[in-house]
Design a protein around this ligand. Structure first.
Ligand SMILES: NC(=O)CC[C@H](N)C(=O)O
Length: 304
């Protein structure tokens, strides 16, 4: 009940600021979401779940899906990835084009859009039905067979994803794409449109807090070495050009999405997901970041 009380306290403290910031309107379907919603969920290593607010309401996970995709790609073709995508924070917006030019088509990391497109491309090279494979992976991580893609969000992004289309063509010009660009975009927009709840996401990412293994499961999803690498990338690159602020104020590996969700990992203890759709200027949920900071202050949990 200790954690439940903390989550309730956080909601009370956050409530006056809900709605500050702006929803991501460059994807029209996301512009219609009520900005004042807020949910938070925790799933611990000993199998306890805690939730408050809108924690059971599905939302568009957007770039949080890049963690699923990186984990899948590391399972399928780990060694091939790191010559095609870097591991440094970009210091630029997640959808920036300019850095690709002077870095010769090698995206800085797998969590900016250019890097995620390369990762999706590598999954397509190894699987005949990538859209199904990604959905099945998300469902099995969450332990929820009802998770689906949100077709409206998918179609909205497919129709308006001009920057991603520019990025993939640019990557092609540097010979860093192996498959059909429309198939990669379709797969990427589907993964971004996954609709999941805070509770689904908190459960899904417990393997990242537990050396690659879901608590209670015998078969690991990733090795402990691979898991450490994903956590490191989340810490340094998971919230784009705000990763320094997150490390400073929160102190946990985090991954955000423009749907307003943020997942955070407390190694060996739990996975946390917060969601509130209104974003700050770097594309991260404002209330979500505040909630994670409050959580770490109240519990003293942090990796340093
Ligand atoms: N940061 C994000 O969540 C961005 C994901 C979004 N689908 C895009 O490609 O722009």
């Amino acid at each position: 009940m200790y954690y439940q009380k903390i989550l309730e306290e956080i909601i009370e403290e956050i409530r006056p600021t809900l709605g500050e910031g702006a929803v991501a309107d460059y994807i029209p379907a996301l512009a219609e979401v009520d900005p004042c919603q807020f949910g938070i969920a925790i799933s611990t290593m000993d199998g306890e779940d805690f939730a408050a607010g809108d924690a059971f309401k599905p939302f568009s996970i957007q770039s949080i899906s890049k963690v699923f995709n990186l984990a899948l790609a590391m399972r399928l073709c780990d060694d091939d990835l790191w010559s095609r995508v870097g591991v440094e924070p970009s210091g630029n917006a997640f959808n920036s084009l300019s850095q690709l030019e002077y870095e010769h088509g090698i995206p800085r990391n797998p969590f900016i859009n250019a890097g995620a497109l390369v990762i999706t491309d590598s999954i397509i090279s190894r699987s005949s039905e990538p859209v199904d494979v990604i959905l099945e992976f998300a469902r099995s991580c969450a332990g929820n067979p009802d998770i689906t893609y949100d077709e409206e969000v998918f179609r909205s992004e497919l129709a308006h994803g001009h920057r991603n289309r520019a990025l993939i063509n640019y990557l092609c010009s540097f010979d860093n794409i192996a498959n059909d660009t429309e198939q990669i975009l379709t797969t990427y927009f589907y993964q971004c449109s996954l609709a999941m709840t805070c509770m689904d996401l908190a459960r899904s990412f417990r393997f990242l807090a537990n050396a690659g293994r879901m608590p209670g499961s015998v078969s690991p999803i990733l090795s402990s070495h691979q898991t450490r690498r994903i956590n490191s990338l989340m810490m340094t690159c998971g919230t784009y050009d705000e990763a320094g602020e997150f490390a400073f104020h929160v102190g946990l590996p985090c991954k955000s999405g423009v749907g307003g969700g943020i997942v955070a990992i407390v190694p060996k203890q739990m996975s946390i997901c917060v969601w509130s759709p209104a974003l700050g200027p770097k594309g991260n949920s404002l209330a979500g970041m505040q909630a994670l900071e409050l959580f770490c202050q109240k519990t003293g949990l942090a990796i340093f």
